[in-house]
Write a protein that binds this ligand. Structure first.
Ligand SMILES: [Zn+2]
Length: 462
């Protein structure tokens, strides 16, 4: 914020350089010299301005479709309901209902500045909530999205199809779709899955951080090594409905099993490349090759831990230090906290950069193809962001970085929204075909127990 006031002349709304380091050095230089920053900024600025003007034009034509934003949970947990905050004003410095500072990454003015054209709003709930209560809480989260969209009719409209997204974007509003972020949220019920679809859910992530009864999470102990028979029935019913199968959060075995089972292109709504950061939330190269064959899409996540190996390592070191001090100063939480504070001072968290996010996108492109990459920021679901990517106003900075690396206008447009629209259209065509052939599925989780006892008795294949 401060540098906008100080260097106001150099900071027109779209002069995002995408080169945070240079920008900060320049800022430092103008602060030290107390010179008008315009003079110092001028040479770099001309080139950056040309790039950002180009990006501006591309994103006006093909706005950003972001695969994942967790604002609905922030609304619930920090404000109670949509009535208690104003998304038409800046939300970067707010007070929660309990008086805590809240720094949201999403509001309407910033979304406009960032050329956000469509958003999949996540209706995540914790994995500790299960059974019928998970269904109720999911319905309440869906209500938050629908109430939010209804509250700002000039800015938002619910979208059901790819055509809807384009029509709503043309009308100058932000198309809103819903993603259910965890298979536990259907409570093993295909009727519930169908009801979610009817309410606007257009993807479901097969798991969140824990296994479901029918699919494995990347961050849990493998139990099913892929998908159970009911898990495959869930994928098929999603194909029949036209609900996108989201493989973020699932284990590599489950990714592969879902890619084998699906008849439509899949998505990864918010995941990056595991070759660049060995985190289980990212996608391995062998799976990226399958995504290419499947015509699916991987929408790159901005979360520093998934983007930067240095940040991932730092997180592990911090966990180690914390465990050590808890053991060393057992029963003395104040000493443990003091030791941890000192550790943090000596080991500042490394910052992820826009360039690193761009590296992931280029790797995804290299292995899966330029037609299979997209954006899945995870804004408002993450507590830190890369420098310069701190909210929904900052997408152009990332596109400017890629433009600087030689991406063409068409490639930038595909990354922004073209690829996701293609995936959705293919999934819609598959749904239309399947609906002409098949009735809604009556499969239940009981089929898994039956399959297990069959295989024990040697009556079923592998
Ligand atoms: Zn997530």
């Amino acid at each position: 914020m401060a540098h906008h006031a100080i260097c106001g002349a150099a900071s027109s709304s779209h002069d995002i350089t995408g080169d945070a380091m240079t920008k900060h050095l320049r800022l430092l230089a103008c602060l030290l010299a107390t010179l008008p920053c315009v003079a110092l900024a001028a040479p770099q600025s001309a080139k950056d301005k040309a790039l950002s003007t180009r990006v501006d034009r591309v994103l006006t034509e093909t706005p950003v479709i972001d695969g994942h934003n967790d604002l609905p949970w922030e609304i619930r947990s920090q404000f109670g309901n949509v009535g208690n905050l104003d998304l038409a004003a800046d939300t970067s410095n707010l007070r929660s209902k309990t008086g805590d500072d809240v720094h949201l990454m999403t509001d309407i003015p910033r979304a406009r500045k960032g050329h956000l054209g469509a958003q999949f709003w996540s209706v995540w709930i914790p994995t500790s909530v299960t059974g019928p209560e998970a269904v109720q809480m999911t319905l309440e989260q869906i209500d938050i999205v629908r109430t939010m969209v209804a509250k700002y009719p000039k800015d938002f409209e619910m979208a059901s199809t790819a055509d809807d997204i384009q029509r709503i974007e043309k009308s100058g509003r932000i198309a809103s779709l819903i993603g259910v972020e965890g298979g536990h949220q259907i409570n093993n019920s295909l009727p519930v899955l169908r009801d979610y679809y009817a309410l606007g859910v257009r993807y479901m992530t097969l798991t969140h951080g824990k296994n479901t009864d029918w699919a494995d999470s990347a961050t849990d102990k493998p139990a099913h090594h892929g998908l159970t028979p009911f898990g495959r029935a869930v994928v098929h019913e999603m194909n029949r409905l036209g609900m996108l199968v989201d493989l973020s959060h699932v284990s590599p075995d489950t990714m592969t099993a879902a890619l084998e089972a699906t008849k439509a292109p899949v998505i990864f709504s918010h995941s990056s490349a595991r070759a660049l950061d060995d985190h289980p939330r990212d996608v391995p190269d062998d799976v990226l090759r399958l995504v290419k064959q499947n015509h699916g899409i991987v929408m790159a996540n901005f979360y520093p831990t998934f983007v930067s190996q240095a940040v991932a390592n730092w997180n592990a070191d911090r966990a180690g230090a914390s465990a050590k001090f808890d053991a060393l100063y057992v029963g003395q939480p104040e000493r443990a906290k003091a030791a941890m504070d000192k550790w943090k001072q000596a080991h500042p968290q490394p910052k992820a950069t826009i360039a690193e996010v761009a590296d992931h996108i280029e790797h995804l492109r290299k292995i899966a193809g330029v037609e299979s990459v997209g954006i899945g920021s995870d804004f408002d679901g993450i507590e830190v962001t890369p420098e310069g990517l701190d909210g929904v106003d900052t997408y152009p900075a990332l596109f400017t970085e890629l433009a600087r690396r030689g991406w063409s206008d068409d490639e930038l447009a595909d990354l922004a929204g073209g690829n996701l629209l293609r995936v959705m259209r293919e999934a819609e065509a598959v749904a239309e075909r399947l609906q002409a052939q098949e009735a809604p599925s009556h499969a239940t989780i009981e089929m898994d127990a039956a399959a297990k006892s069959d295989s024990k008795n040697g009556t079923a294949g592998a």
